[in-house]
Design a protein around this ligand. Structure first.
Ligand SMILES: NC(=O)c1ccc[n+]([C@@H]2O[C@H](COP(=O)([O-])OP(=O)(O)OC[C@H]3O[C@@H](n4cnc5c(N)ncnc54)[C@H](OP(=O)(O)O)[C@@H]3O)[C@@H](O)[C@H]2O)c1
Length: 276
């Protein structure tokens, strides 16, 4: 029995007076093996949310390659997750085509890209933002993700393959910010919708998870008592594993009819409510 059975439904209907067959592919996926056949590149997969996704995806049957700047972090992450790794600096687009080719060779044909690598420089005030901090965050979170996605989709199209791209946005992408970090995530959200629409007829889906405040090096929050947060909907911040669950669904065929969506993982914390 295969890990997932795809049932082809043949539907006939009358159009302009003649019967036309319509095929719809519906995926019935078995829990714990929802990502069989997925060959996933995760940027920034050596630690934090990226590593949690790598572990989850491998547990769901995917073959995964994590990428980042630090070889030791990647080695450690790959051994924890049971995956492959390759060095990459997402703020330097010059080597992206070569990277995608190499990663694809290692995986035997990449069909999912997760743009997770990101930085937040936490400038304390508006006046602490400098051209350097501005460029660094734009180059990593936005420009890098754009050009890596361009190289990846070119690779899919060259191979006449279907696939999907998942961005890791943020709840800040949909709320106000006075720092570049939030601007990069708002730009990512626009890109998700634009690319999803552009490739909607080519079997290429593009979505995002937009996490709330989550335990990681970026936030300095640990998976212990420091998760407590009275002001949050849940009374606590999130674990990377919770974001990874949503991410697994979005890269799986179970979400085959979902594209251009930004799924916020914060229990409605940033909903624009009519009454508070
Ligand atoms: N934690 C949160 O509360 C939260 C909330 C919303 C969204 N997010 C988003 O989630 C994503 C992951 O963040 P995290 O919380 O897991 O942060 P993290 O623990 O600091 O991890 C960041 C990851 O990005 C990689 N990275 C940074 N710059 C890179 C570059 N130039 N090239 C390649 N890789 C690079 C790092 O790898 P190396 O340093 O080894 O290169 C690391 O693996 C980010 O996009 C972040 O904006 C996080």
């Amino acid at each position: 029995m295969g890990v997932k059975s795809k049932i082809k439904h043949l539907v006939s209907f009358l159009l302009h007076g003649e019967a036309r067959p319509v095929y719809a592919e519906v995926s019935y996926l078995r829990a714990d093996n929802r990502l069989a056949g997925k060959k996933v590149i995760i940027t920034g997969g050596g630690r934090g949310l990226g590593l949690a996704m790598a572990k989850k995806f491998v547990a769901e049957g995917a073959e995964v390659l994590i990428a980042g700047r630090n070889e030791q972090t990647l080695k450690d992450g790959a051994s924890l997750a049971g995956c492959k790794y390759l060095k990459l600096d997402v703020s330097n687009p010059s080597g992206f085509n070569t990277f995608i080719e190499e990663a694809s060779k290692i995986l035997g044909g990449a069909n999912v890209l997760v743009n997770n690598a990101g930085i937040s420089l936490h400038e304390p005030t508006f006046f602490d933002v400098t051209p350097e901090t501005f460029d660094k965050q734009i180059d990593t979170n936005f420009k890098g993700a754009f050009f890596l996605t361009q190289a990846f989709i070119r690779h899919l199209k060259d191979g006449n393959s279907k696939g999907n791209v998942l961005f890791v946005s943020s709840e800040t992408g949909d709320t106000m910010d006075f720092r570049p970090y939030g601007f990069t995530k708002a730009a990512v959200n626009s890109m998700v919708q634009g690319l999803a629409y552009l490739f909607r007829k080519e079997g290429i889906r593009v979505n995002a998870v937009a996490p709330g405040i989550t335990a990681s090096d970026m936030t300095g929050i640990k998976a212990d008592g420091s998760l407590n947060a009275g002001e949050y909907a849940t009374g606590r911040f999130y674990l990377p594993e919770e974001v990874a669950e949503t991410a697994a669904f979005l890269v799986s065929d179970a979400s085959g009819c979902i594209s251009g969506q930004i799924i916020t993982c914060n229990n409605a914390q940033t909903i624009n409510a009519r009454w508070k």
